[in-house]
Design a protein around this ligand. Structure first.
Ligand code: NAD
Ligand code: IPM
Ligand code: MN
Length: 347
């Protein structure tokens, strides 16, 4: 029996996760599901955003389906207790260093993109984001300087082995696609990035079939809206990847369309939409469940070895959206449940 951990979390997390779970239930009959609280919901229920039982379930499960965490009412908590620590803790504890964030414009969504249709239609890329290092996990704090002013700091650091292993994921991903890898950094200013670039070039020796290029992150942000079709695979650090993937989502129509897979070298993975808990629309049935459903498809492909079911689920999402069954973020009037129903009807 294959065990899927369902961690719905906060805001729209439970709404979109429900639809993704229903799709998995409709597709594969040999899955069992176990649910646990995470994020603000877990803090309210048990006093901690990542309770021991939730982490234990994530460890026992074959794969994790994660919704979103974040609750503006809990932003005043000390950092260790904030909802966001749950997802950071899961990534760290499960050593999920490789985050795949594909962005592609589905048929019919040209008008939903923030770009002109002819520019938008070319987008078909994967951002390979490093997920367990960088400024996210370095030493951080607030202190007083010698002159008595308050100072905040977050150390940005990468070890060469961390860069090398994510670079390999980038090259392998590019090899299975159009064979082009763009490494995004800020090597003109940051030593972290200079090491990143040096190590990526070293790893490239093993991938002569992949065409490697380098781009500064500020230029990459510009190029993503100027001509997103130029990118095949982007490999980048944790912070740059976070920012660029939200940007890429609007090229593809909506942040509600982008799924992700957080992977280690084993089959275990955590799958989540790239969006957050969207407190502004939570509880209204307006959340787009496509990103969560496409994350479930990535789970079928990467953790459950069921690529044919992944294809069916992706095709069903593409079909529902193409037929105009869309939530308001895509200019439609459908509810979260109606999109879920439309996808399941097309499986
Ligand atoms: P957000 O992604 O939650 O929302 C940004 C905007 O996009 C909002 O206007 C929201 O309504 C819209 N949006 C997001 N997902 C949508 C969907 N599926 N359908 C339709 N519209 C959608 O980002 P934010 O507002 O910066 O953050 C809100 C909270 O979520 C914060 O607490 C933040 O820390 C947290 N967050 C969590 C994750 C995660 O759990 N992985 C990711 C990002 C943000
Ligand atoms: C994401 C989110 C998280 C991140 C936050 C909630 C910690 O923005 O998954 O993209 O920055 O990685
Ligand atoms: Mn993000």
């Amino acid at each position: 029996m294959t065990l899927i951990a369902i961690l719905p979390g906060d805001g729209i997390g439970p709404e979109v996760t429900t639809e993704a779970r229903r799709a998995l239930e409709a597709l594969a009959y040999d899955l069992t599901f176990e649910e646990a609280p995470v994020g603000g919901a877990a803090y309210r229920a048990c006093g901690h955003p990542l309770p021991e039982q939730t982490l234990d379930l994530a460890r026992r499960a074959d794969a994790v389906l994660f919704g979103a965490v974040g609750d503006p009412d809990l932003d005043g908590l000390e950092r260790a207790l904030r909802p966001e620590q749950a997802i950071l803790g899961l990534r760290r504890e499960l050593a999920l260093f490789a985050n795949l964030r594909p962005a592609r414009l589905f048929p019919g969504l040209e008008d939903a993109s923030a770009l002109r249709p002819e520019v938008a239609s070319a987008i078909d890329l994967v951002i390979v984001r490093e997920l367990t290092g960088d400024v996210y996990f370095g030493e951080k704090g607030q202190r007083q300087t010698a002159t008595g002013s308050r100072q905040g700091y977050d150390i940005m650091a990468y070890d060469e082995h961390e860069v090398a292993r994510i670079a390999r994921v980038g090259f392998e991903t590019a090899r299975k696609r159009r064979g082009r890898l763009c490494s995004v950094d800020k090597a003109n200013v940051l030593e972290t990035s200079q090491l990143w670039r040096d190590v990526v070039i070293e790893v490239a020796a093993d991938y002569a079939d992949v065409e490697l290029s380098h781009m500064y992150v500020d230029n990459a942000a510009m190029q993503l809206v100027r001509n997103p079709g130029q990118f095949d695979v982007i490999v980048t650090g944790n912070l740059f990847g976070d920012i660029l993937s939200d940007q890429a989502s609007m090229c593809a129509g909506s942040i509600g369309m982008l799924p992700s897979a957080a992977l280690n070298t084993d089959a275990k993975g955590l799958y989540e939409p790239i969006h957050g808990s969207a407190p502004d629309i939570a509880g209204k049935g307006a959340a787009n469940p496509c990103a969560a459903m496409l994350s479930a498809a990535m789970m079928l492909r990467h953790s459950l070895a069921r690529p044919e079911l992944a294809d069916r689920l992706e095709a069903a999402v593409i079909g529902a959206v193409a037929d105009g069954i869309r939530t308001p973020d895509l200019g439609g009037t459908a509810t979260t449940r109606q999109v879920g129903d439309a996808v399941i009807a097309r499986l």
